[in-house]
Design a protein. Structure first.
Ligand SMILES: [Zn+2]
Length: 491
């Protein structure tokens, strides 16, 4: 339309040079045609394999910790359709792949997303509600009443959003959860783009989501049916603990898990008090021996804590291929004890790391801090600084957790064919420089806030510290509203 308004200029008078100009244009046009043809011929003649393959994301130039072998000093990771299609030195990978999104990772570490093997994500809304108390006082006077009065589908929705934002910001891409209204948690987890092994709770008293045992069983069946086969969500069954669920009910959950093909998440041997309670009801057995005696254990079971596992228990857990989620910060905050992690690993048990819930037993979901705490606690427990290394706890935070949750075929390392759960950690900071050992810089010097990019299943959830899948300001506003509601409910 605009062009119509411009008066067309009268053509200049034909001059003797005109035929020459036309000839040049004709030759130019011919030349362009010849070049185009030559390009087509060249492209056809060129072997197809030599052309760079188009992928979705190429991370290049970072120190790549594949967690499956030696680190790659200047490495690249190529991602297509949510899968890792190449990992190796940048000089090789970058020649063969070109990407829609290229992420330059110079001065940064590239590693598998962290696996938080035990938490209760909506409890972010109870963060700091009652710290520095005995476990029983904390549970009976704060957590149980606060949950009874406040936990609804809306509560878990906002709590999951808050927790998801925190996990994405600190590099966690997979988490194992045990809570109520787990289907609502699954929806929020999927929307945030995170991977979850999500356990619907079974407990022998009325819970916020199910007032009776039969209702909990019905909910579990529906929940597993709804989510089984989902790319990101693994539905699981979560009987609370051997002292809060009867023997008959534990056996019922075991049968249900086998029938539905769903893993079991359970708190086991967290405190000395639990050991005592289980011994009283089982004629002196440890919780592990008791669970084994009722046919409960298997490779689809994950213990949270395992603080008080005996040498016999460790043998049983290894034999039955049960995974363990070690929660050093929760065990420290609640003075539960120090789990025999070095012995468990030596026995061949798959040990991951978990933050546990952030309500008076942590109080955050930062897996880098958790790894550092795990290392320090084992050094003290063994009175040996060599008890476990930075590399060892990083393994627990990634592939160890993936193995414990039976997801190691898909995640936990950066290897071709695995799902693309990748994080980038910025080490160009006063807190982390200079870097002599990248594992040491991450575990002992950095924290989760050094994570700048988080990718799960090939989807970028955070870039340049910008969270892309959760509305953070709205979620923080809701969290504050819930704090006021919770405080009023406890008066
Ligand atoms: Zn827990």
């Amino acid at each position: 339309m605009m062009r119509d308004l411009v008066p067309s200029r009268p053509l200049p008078d034909p001059s003797p040079s005109e035929p020459a100009l036309s000839e040049r244009r004709r030759r130019e046009s011919n030349g362009r045609l010849r070049m185009t043809l030559a390009l087509i011929v060249a492209l056809l003649a060129f072997p197809l394999s030599a052309a760079p393959r188009k992928v979705d994301i190429l991370i290049t130039g970072g120190t790549v910790l594949t967690m499956a072998g030696p680190n790659i000093e200047r490495g690249s990771v190529a991602i297509e359709n949510g899968e890792i299609v190449a990992v190796g030195p940048s000089e090789n990978v970058d020649q063969n792949y070109s990407a829609k999104t290229t992420i330059r990772a110079g001065g940064m570490a590239v590693l598998p997303g962290f696996v938080n093997a035990h938490t209760h994500i909506p409890m972010t809304l109870f963060r700091g509600i009652a710290d520095d108390r005995d476990l029983m006082d904390w549970l009976t006077h704060y957590i149980f009443p606060a949950e009874a009065k406040n936990v609804t589908p809306d509560f878990v929705k906002w709590g999951t959003r808050l927790g998801a934002a925190e996990m994405i910001a600190s590099g966690t891409t997979t988490f194992a959860d045990m809570y109520y209204f787990e289907s609502d948690i699954a929806r929020e987890t999927k929307a945030a783009g995170l991977r979850g092994v999500l356990g619907t709770t079974f407990i022998d008293f009325p819970a916020p989501d199910n007032k009776t045992w039969d209702a909990a069983v019905d909910t579990a069946r529906k929940f597993v049916r709804e989510w089984k086969g989902d790319r990101l969500i693994t539905p699981a069954l979560a009987p609370h603990a051997p002292f809060t669920v009867s023997k008959e009910h534990l056996q019922q959950v075991r049968a249900l898990a086998t029938e539905l093909g769903a893993p079991i998440l359970i708190h086991v041997s967290e405190t000395k008090d639990e050991q005592k309670q289980v011994a009283e009801r089982s004629g002196g057995m440890t919780p592990t021996a008791y669970l084994d005696s009722i046919g409960f254990l298997g490779d689809d079971v994950v213990f949270a804590h395992g603080v008080w596992l005996s040498a016999d228990d460790i043998r049983t857990v290894a034999q039955r291929k049960v995974g363990v989620a070690h929660c050093p910060e929760s065990n420290s905050m609640l003075a539960s004890g120090i789990a025999p992690v070095v012995d468990m690993r030596a026995a061949g048990i798959d040990v991951g790391l978990g933050t546990d819930g952030p309500a008076g037993s942590n109080n955050n979901l930062d897996m880098v801090e958790e790894a550092a705490s795990a290392a320090r606690l084992q050094k003290i427990a063994k009175m040996d600084p060599k008890a476990i290394s930075a590399r060892g706890v990083l393994e627990m935070a990634t592939i160890g957790g993936a193995r414990a949750l039976n997801l190691a075929d898909r995640i936990g390392t950066l290897e071709t064919g695995k799902r693309a759960d990748v994080i980038i950690v910025d080490l160009e900071q006063p807190k982390t420089q200079p870097v002599y050992s990248v594992e040491s810089a991450i575990v002992y010097a950095a924290s989760g806030s050094a994570v700048v990019t988080t990718i799960c299943d090939g989807r970028i959830l955070m870039r340049h510290r910008n969270i892309l899948t959760v509305n953070v300001p709205e979620t923080l506003r809701k969290a504050k509203e819930y704090r006021d509601k919770v405080l009023a409910s406890l008066k």
